[in-house]
Design a protein around this ligand. Structure first.
Ligand SMILES: Cc1ncc(COP(=O)(O)O)c(C=O)c1O
Length: 397
């Protein structure tokens, strides 16, 4: 972080009038209100990056959205400002106790040039869940979506207009009080930055190999696996490096003595198999507090249930069952799901020295994804880019 510019402070509270509320009464704290949004435009717009040169999360648009909170006033007026450094004291709690949570969502441009969000209400719901878990302030998600829409109108030229490309939004909330006490932060900063991104797999699908990790766990019962906390991510890097040493691109997270599947890398996991009753079934780990409730996960489950063509189950899947299904030829497809890739097909799972082969498309040996994996990808993408009308796709007027 560059620590060079004036400290970010909330906009003049005069524009977010206290009105009749008493500031020191916790019940009267000011809610986050999009109607108070202020804008300072950048006078130095950056050149756009050609789509084929985009690297995930490396370049940022011209503006950012910032909203400060403190425990006496509540939410101050949201501000759109030129993208730039924040200045925080080294004593800010975020640097010491990981008071930070975030979201990942995307804006898409349709063929008519309109910008669309995909199920933003779900990201707001999850962010408020994460915030509450950190004793950070929550906010009205609908109001924040209005602010995000204005940010997108402001930076509309940064939303790529090619299918597969999008503008990734990174809402982040952090505790900023300058204090070393381990307690709730009396100050917080909610901000969103935007990064133009390309397709996860630039040349079509690229099926990955998973390293089933039997030593470290990503989350545990009573823990915070169901919240999108910054603290959940840094500890995943070393295991990912270990996976890479075994020639695998992703960690398959397991839990329990019977090695139940949890997630794959930073994605939810789906298994499509013929179950023991002989029926085709799509199964994903149930949301039991250890699994991040993915927006893509929910969308896949909902689509699969609406198709009604195979059984759809949220439950427990063990590595023993996967291994057995593979041995018996019942394993059909395995894929990860998440905003970055939509779906990420799996071709191998390395588990306790055994290389479990996962089929891709039996009809096309060259294909890097199974037919069901491809179908989910195509259906969700068509909704995101407004090619088929759907309530999940929210147009920004
Ligand atoms: C740990 C983890 N699991 C699952 C997901 C998928 O969630 P979503 O579909 O909302 O992107 C993500 C990405 O946000 C993640 O970080």
């Amino acid at each position: 972080m560059t620590i060079s510019q004036p400290t970010y402070r909330p906009a003049n509270p005069a524009v977010a009038p206290i009105e009749e509320h008493a500031v020191d009464e916790p019940t009267q704290l000011h809610p986050l209100k999009a109607s108070l949004l202020q804008k300072t435009l950048s006078s130095n717009l950056k050149p756009l990056i050609p789509n084929h040169e985009l690297v995930f999360g490396k370049s940022f648009s011209d503006h950012m959205l910032l909203t400060a909170w403190d425990s006496k006033y509540g939410w101050h007026a949201p501000e759109i400002k030129p993208y730039g450094p924040l200045e925080l004291e080294p004593s800010s709690v975020v640097f010491h106790y990981a008071f930070t949570c975030f979201e990942g969502m995307k804006a898409y441009k349709d063929k008519q040039g309109r910008i669309r969000l995909f199920r933003p209400d779900m990201n707001m719901k999850r962010m408020n869940h994460s915030a509450a878990r950190l004793a950070l302030p929550t906010f009205d998600g609908n109001e924040y979506i209005k602010c995000l829409k204005e940010l997108l109108r402001t930076d509309s030229r940064w939303v790529p207009d090619e299918r597969g490309y999008s503008l990734y939004l990174r809402p982040t909330l952090m505790g900023t009080e300058e204090v070393l006490g381990v307690r709730a932060s009396n100050e917080a900063l909610l901000f969103t930055i935007c990064s133009p991104v390309g397709p996860y797999f630039s040349s079509g699908f690229n099926a990955v190999s998973l390293y089933a990790n039997v030593h470290e766990v990503r989350a545990w019962p009573g823990g915070v696996g169901d919240a999108k906390l910054g603290a959940n991510y840094a500890p995943t890097i070393k295991p990912a490096e270990e996976a890479a040493k075994h020639g695998c691109q992703q960690v398959l997270w397991l839990i329990g003595e019977n090695h139940q599947l949890m997630e794959v890398g930073a994605m939810n996991i789906f298994v499509y198999w013929i179950n023991k009753q002989g029926k085709p079934e799509l199964v994903t780990p149930a949301l039991n507090g250890t699994i991040l409730p993915g927006v893509t996960r929910d969308s896949i489950l909902s689509l699969a249930r609406s198709w009604g063509e195979f059984e759809v189950k949220e439950g427990t899947i063990t590595m023993g069952e996967i291994s057995e299904a593979s041995d018996e030829g019942r394993l059909l497809e395995v894929f990860g799901s998440g905003t970055a890739a939509i779906v990420s097909p799996v071709k191998h799972i390395l588990y306790l020295g055994k290389d479990i082969h996962v089929p891709l498309d039996p009809k096309n040996p060259k294909s890097q994804a199974g037919p069901l994996t491809k179908r989910f990808n195509e259906t969700i993408m068509a909704i995101q880019y407004g090619e088929v009308p759907h309530e999940w796709s929210v147009v920004i007027d």
